[in-house]
Design a protein around this ligand. Structure first.
Ligand SMILES: NC(=O)c1ccc[n+]([C@@H]2O[C@H](COP(=O)([O-])OP(=O)(O)OC[C@H]3O[C@@H](n4cnc5c(N)ncnc54)[C@H](OP(=O)(O)O)[C@@H]3O)[C@@H](O)[C@H]2O)c1
Length: 190
């Protein structure tokens, strides 16, 4: 997966993606994808790409849902894969509000109504809306909890209520702020 686009030097982004296409052609990997690509980055990539990325891994949780990115992914047949899918970034980095997704009253109310946890409600929301989600936990009990989301169903009104929590405030870095000056690292092995 290409971790991010380099908007100011998209030629380097294209070159890096071509390396992924070669890995795929050589049978070294089964699928290739991108991460944090905005709609204009996808358009630019697909001008030269011979393989459509399997996934676009982007920040999606109830407080930041990126509907335009999800629509662009869908239009190109790319699966949206949600990082920080249960809003980890809202608690470990903070969004400027004191509320984390785990304590959000809308989410905790829906969780209580189904006898589920807030994490399970958020993961079910992704599942029902057709996204792939990659929650992280170091605790076996939570890992088991996070996969146990197949025996209940959120209503359309509950899905809408979670969608309405979108603040439009990104937790991760702005994709346009990714520059060589700020992020360039030498990789001697490369
Ligand atoms: N492409 C990118 O730029 C990018 C950026 C960020 C992350 N990611 C990927 O996305 C994955 C997940 O994102 P993330 O770690 O930022 O956030 P996340 O999965 O939304 O949340 C992880 C946080 O939630 C806690 N947690 C997990 N399950 C829980 C549960 N059932 N109940 C309560 N708390 C729970 C974890 O703590 P414990 O571990 O203590 O349970 C951890 O603090 C990462 O592993 C990484 O691979 C990608």
């Amino acid at each position: 997966m290409l971790h991010q686009a380099l908007p100011g030097r998209f030629d380097l982004t294209t070159e890096a993606y071509q390396a992924l296409e070669k890995l795929l052609a050589d049978g070294k990997v089964r699928a290739i994808g991108v991460s944090k690509f905005m709609p204009d980055h996808l358009d630019a990539l697909l001008k030269t790409a011979s393989v459509v990325p399997a996934v676009n891994q982007v920040e999606v949780h109830p407080y930041f849902t990126q509907p335009a990115v999800q629509a662009a992914d869908a239009a190109h047949g790319i699966l949206t894969q949600a990082w920080s899918p249960i809003g980890g970034i809202t608690s470990y980095r903070g969004t400027g509000t004191s509320t984390s997704t785990f304590d959000d009253p809308t989410i905790t109310a829906i969780a209580s109504a189904h006898g589920k946890t807030p994490a399970q409600v958020m993961l079910r929301w992704h599942l029902q809306q057709g996204r792939n989600a990659i929650p992280k936990s170091v605790r076996p009990q939570r890992i088991a909890e996070n996969i146990d989301i197949f025996a209940f169903q959120l209503t359309p009104a509950e899905l809408d209520a979670i969608d309405a929590l979108n603040t439009g405030t990104r937790g991760g870095p702005e994709p346009e702020a990714i520059t060589l000056e700020a992020f360039c690292r030498d990789i001697p092995e490369a």
